[in-house]
Design a protein around this ligand. Structure first.
Ligand SMILES: Cc1cc2nc3c(=O)[nH]c(=O)nc-3n(C[C@H](O)[C@H](O)[C@H](O)COP(=O)(O)OP(=O)(O)OC[C@H]3O[C@@H](n4cnc5c(N)ncnc54)[C@H](O)[C@@H]3O)c2cc1C
Length: 449
């Protein structure tokens, strides 16, 4: 027996992109429902940098102040060629109202978004996993299963997640923000293409006794990229690309465990290897290690959907494409694209031209993604460009933590010209006033029929 809920838009996946989508749709007067198969928000730092254009977006949503209460400001980016510092990029030179990066654990950002959704009467339906969908001309039906934790076993009891009921959600439209291994993408029959080969990274969040500097350091050495930046006054994130060992795809999992448990591959993630990475790649940048707060080895596939939309569903965020991690582009472009898609959706939800408009938007996103996969094709150098920068510009551009015109401005500081493709005619970012929409609060409670 199914319970049925009806809504205008159903969002599948309550990662940052799904939550942003639900928030924007609600503010724009669309009745929205959001489900997630997991039991709570992420418990790890994962993607940690917010770009200037994402900060502007959060400012427009009235959430920037809350973010900055937790975040650490980064104002400079140093680019290193092995042991030599090559360039210092100044974020203060960006023509942005927020010319800096905000660094905060993804779990903190997710908690802020979840609380805001709750405040606006849109609680996330945790433990509801979408398992199937049926699209028709004007509606989409999502079938979801609800999980609950039950104690099983007699002599030694343990908690296990069991399905205890089902839910059918009937909506005019669905947003699939269910992450890089998206089940919705498979159900609606959209494929991902490989952009560039998979890259592997080791990540460490380290507590040290010294104070953090407001600098992000990117290093390109022996064909491998690494990054170091602060997360708070005494916690720093280090990321090292590595080669020579392939990791299975399921190593990219979003943890909900309160405690960090077993980690693999142990020999790459132990303190001895961390110290050796410091001395090999960044002897000038190592910090004292008081405690390793988090460590993980992650494969980053670089894949993208050639088509983001089916008749009644759009892919967003990691479900649509993934990038390598240093730039935090997966997160930031996901947030910005969610705003654009949801704006178009809210204005055209009953229009026959909805799909055409979403497809135009998707085309402009795809061009932006290509800049990250193939910087050489979309950029030029000039007589002032340093030779080393010119020959490494693919790696450098795909690691810069900025998007849109701000990426263009940062690259200019390196004497690289990026040809940003013109936005689609219906590009709506920054033109929407969300502030009056809190009056909608409470009007869009979803109901069980
Ligand atoms: C260990 C780790 C480290 C990372 N580090 C970086 C980094 O340094 N830089 C960077 O740019 N990115 C990083 N990422 C990626 C980054 O976390 C994502 O880009 C970001 O979370 C945005 O993703 P999203 O909202 O699209 O999807 P996600 O955050 O993956 O959220 C998808 C949500 O959908 C839910 N879901 C999945 N299937 C279903 C279903 N069938 N039904 C209902 N719900 C479902 C999941 O439970 C999840 O909550 C990292 C990821 C991991 C796992």
């Amino acid at each position: 027996m199914f319970n049925t809920k009806e809504t205008e838009v159903v969002v599948i996946g309550a990662g940052p992109v799904g939550m942003m989508s639900a928030l924007v749709l609600n503010r724009l007067g669309i009745k929205v429902l959001i489900i997630d198969g997991a039991e709570r928000v992420a418990t790890r730092s994962n993607a940690t940098l917010l770009h200037p254009s994402s900060l502007e977006l959060f400012h427009n949503l009235g959430l920037l102040e809350r973010i900055m209460q937790t975040a650490f400001k980064i104002e400079n980016i140093e680019i290193h060629n092995g042991h030599l510092q090559n360039r210092n990029l100044k974020l203060s030179q960006l023509k942005s109202p927020f010319p800096f990066l905000a660094s905060l654990p993804q779990t903190s950002l997710e908690i802020i978004l979840e609380r805001e959704l709750e405040r606006e009467g849109i609680p996330i339906l945790w433990n509801y996993k979408a398992i199937d969908c049926i699209e028709s001309d004007n509606t989409i039906e999502i079938e979801a299963q609800h999980y609950s934790e039950q104690s099983i076993g007699y002599a030694v009891s343990r908690m296990e997640r069991m399905i205890d009921r089902s839910l059918r959600i009937r909506a005019k439209y669905a947003i699939a923000a269910d992450g890089h291994n998206s089940l919705m993408r498979k159900r609606i029959g959209l494929d991902l293409l490989q952009g560039t080969p998979i890259k592997y990274f080791l990540m460490f969040d380290i507590k040290s006794s010294g104070s953090s500097k407001n600098i992000m350091r990117l290093n390109f050495d022996q064909g491998l990229a690494s990054a170091h930046f602060p997360l708070s006054n005494q916690v720093n994130r280090f990321m090292f690309q590595f080669k020579g060992m392939n990791l299975p795809e399921d190593y990219r999992t979003k943890s909900r465990d309160p405690l960090q448990g077993f980690f693999e591959p142990i020999h790459l993630l132990d303190e001895a290897n961390l110290r050796s990475l410091f001395s090999q790649y960044i002897p000038w940048d190592a910090c004292d290690i008081e405690r390793i707060l988090w460590r993980v080895a992650v494969p980053f596939e670089q894949k993208f959907a050639t088509n983001m939309t089916s008749s009644r569903c759009t892919l967003l965020g990691d479900a649509a494409r993934t990038f390598e991690p240093l730039s935090a582009a997966s997160l930031n472009l996901g947030l910005q694209e969610a705003l654009e898609v949801c704006t178009v959706l809210s204005q055209n939800i009953d229009s026959r031209s909805l799909n055409e408009k979403l497809n135009t938007l998707a085309d402009s996103f795809a061009l932006n993604w290509q800049i990250r996969y193939q910087a050489e094709r979309y950029s030029t150098t000039n007589q002032y460009t340093d030779d080393w920068v010119a020959s490494n510009r693919n790696k450098i551009i795909s690691s810069l933590p900025a998007s849109g015109v701000e990426l263009e401005q940062l690259a200019k500081q390196l004497s690289i010209n990026i040809e940003i493709p013109p936005p689609a005619p219906i590009h709506t970012n920054r033109m929407v006033d969300f502030t009056s929409t809190s009056t909608l609060k409470g009007e869009h409670q979803n109901h069980v029929t």
